[in-house]
Each structure stands twice: as C-alpha cells, then as structure tokens.
Design a protein. Structure first.
Length: 316
C-alpha cells in the first residue's frame, strides 16, 4: 500500500515509518521539519508540509491509499492552550477533508487516552473503575484532550459523508528507549510514594503502537468509525494493580476482573478484537527493577539503531 505518515519525525511517526518499511509498504512521511536536500533515498519519501494549511494537506494526501495521522503538538503544557487546540484540531480537520477530496481509502487517526479528560484536568477527577475501557464517558477540560475528542468526532463525520474508512487509536503514555527511564523510573522506584496515575499506571511501548497502527492499515474494518485503546499488557509500576489502586484511591475506584495481576489500568480488549492487536513489549525489556535503562538498550540508543532513530533516518 501507499501509506502517508503525518508527524513522521516524532517518536510515534518515526517508529511507524520503520514498521511500515519493514512490512514492505511504500511510505511517505510528512512533518514541519525541513527536508535534507540531495540526501538520497533511505527507505521512505519525505515532504515538508504544514497540515494546518488545507492546500498542504490536499497535496500530501493525494495518491495515498491510507493516511496515518500522527501529527500533533503532543501535550498541552509547552504551548498556550489556543495554539494546541488550533494546531491539533485544524490539522486533523484538513487531513480528513483531504482524504475525502483526494480519494484515500482509509484514515488511521492517532487519538489519545486523554479523551477521558483526567490526565491534564484543571479540576482533578478519576475514573470510577479499572480497567478503563471505551464505555467510559470522557469529560475533557484541557485544549489537548478537547482537540483529540473533536478529532474523533471529525472521523465520525468523515465516514458519514464519504466512503473513507476510519479508526482512531487511543495510545497511553508512549515510551521508547529515549524516555523509558525518565518516565517509568520514578514509578518503579517508589510506586506507593509517587503521585497517583490518572490512567492507573498504563503506558504503551512505541513499537507496539507502531505495530497497532500497521494493523489498522491492513485489517478489515467496519463501515463506521471506532476508537480503541492501545496500551501495554502490564502496568508501568511493576506492582499488582489492585494494590496500587487501593493505596492511592481507596474504595473510590472499583477494580473489575483483571486479565493479569499486574495489568495496566486501561484495557486493550477492543483493539485485540478489532485489529488483532496483542502487546509484544514490556518495560522489563528496557529497564531494571530499579528503573534504570539496561545496557543493551543504552547501546542501541547510543548507536542510533532504535526503531525510532531508524525511522527518522529513513526520512533523511
């Protein structure tokens, strides 16, 4: 398939580029990062584009069978809220519009676990039960979560008005060799003393997410838009989930039957059923029990041989 990956220089986009190349797809990446001229081909084509401009979106989408839309400001704390909302929502609107007008077959939309509203809420609240699933109604407050929520509604509208298929993937906190230690280390070293997790200690390995995005390109979808959570099988604190929730939330959170003792707080059951997704990685592949990066991962990172780095290099 001819597949366009937006936000291709980000960790999710780059890992996905590498996953798709290894699977034999013809890949184009786009991002706002300037291209390297006269660099030759390293496995994927690259086009600089600003997707908040409809003309750019129409141009880069044209000729592709599937679009994987990863491009976004990745969280709401490093830009003013209006910029986060405008950038993320307009880019998603323009990509959806371009898919309709340029005849793409499918749009795979990278949404977020934050659609529940809890991660960046100004007035904190938590889910009433674990594992969180797609039945939980979201109450987003912040610009990032609102844009992701409206982005899923744009997918609903696109499917209703055209023949383009759509699926939204809601990843949890995305980890790779470059941030596992910084992100999950504090949870592993002090799971009961650290701040409680709004997602009940869920996370996702970037290479599992990239694999899920490829599955979303290749699988048989329904004629309607669906959203699914994509997470790791275990939690990022390495402790029984019931213990973590009892300590941090008491009886305020109902723990429903779990697939494993150390399960994460978000269920990927729907992604398994719809996409055939099954997590293949865990933090234990990268970190010691004390939360430090293992030697093998350090060497791969230093040598520039991680899947994220290889994906970025393919775009050079």
């Amino acid at each position: 398939m001819q597949i366009l990956v937006t936000g291709a220089h980000g960790k999710v986009g780059a890992a996905t580029v590498n996953e798709l190349i290894e699977a034999g797809h013809t890949v184009t990446g786009c991002d706002i990062v300037p291209p390297v001229y006269e660099a030759g081909s390293f496995g994927a084509s690259y086009v600089q584009a600003d997707l908040t401009d409809l003309g750019d979106a129409l141009t880069v989408v044209r000729g592709h069978d599937v679009v994987i839309h990863c491009a976004a400001l990745p969280e709401p704390t490093r830009n003013v809220p209006s910029t986060v909302f405008r950038n993320n929502l307009m880019a998603t609107f323009n990509v959806a519009e371009a898919c309709v007008r340029m005849g793409a077959d499918r749009l795979v939309n990278v949404s977020s676990e934050t659609v529940t509203g809890m991660a960046f809420a100004e007035r904190a609240f938590h889910a009433p039960y674990a594992q969180i699933d797609e039945d939980l109604v979201g109450h987003p407050q912040d610009a990032y979560a609102l844009a992701k929520t409206f982005g899923e509604q744009l997918m609903d509208a696109m499917v209703a008005r055209s023949d383009v298929q759509a699926v939204s993937l809601r990843p949890s906190w995305v980890q790779w060799e470059g941030n596992y230690e910084r992100s999950l280390g504090p949870w592993l070293r002090d799971p009961f003393g650290s701040e409680p997790s709004a997602s009940f200690w869920s996370y996702v390995d970037v290479y599992d997410l990239a694999h899920a995005l490829r599955l979303a390109c290749e699988c048989v979808l329904h004629d309607w838009h669906e959203a699914v959570y994509v997470v790791s099988a275990d939690n990022g604190a390495g402790r029984p989930l019931e213990e973590l929730i009892a300590h941090h939330f008491g009886e305020d959170v109902e723990v429903r039957p779990l697939p494993r003792e150390d399960a994460g707080g978000i269920s990927y059951a729907k992604a398994h059923d719809l996409l055939g997704y099954e997590p293949r990685h865990t933090w234990r592949d990268y970190l010691t029990e004390e939360g430090t990066l293992v030697g093998r991962s350090q060497l791969i990172l230093q040598d520039g041989q991680t899947g994220v780095q290889l994906g970025r290099r393919a775009l050079s």
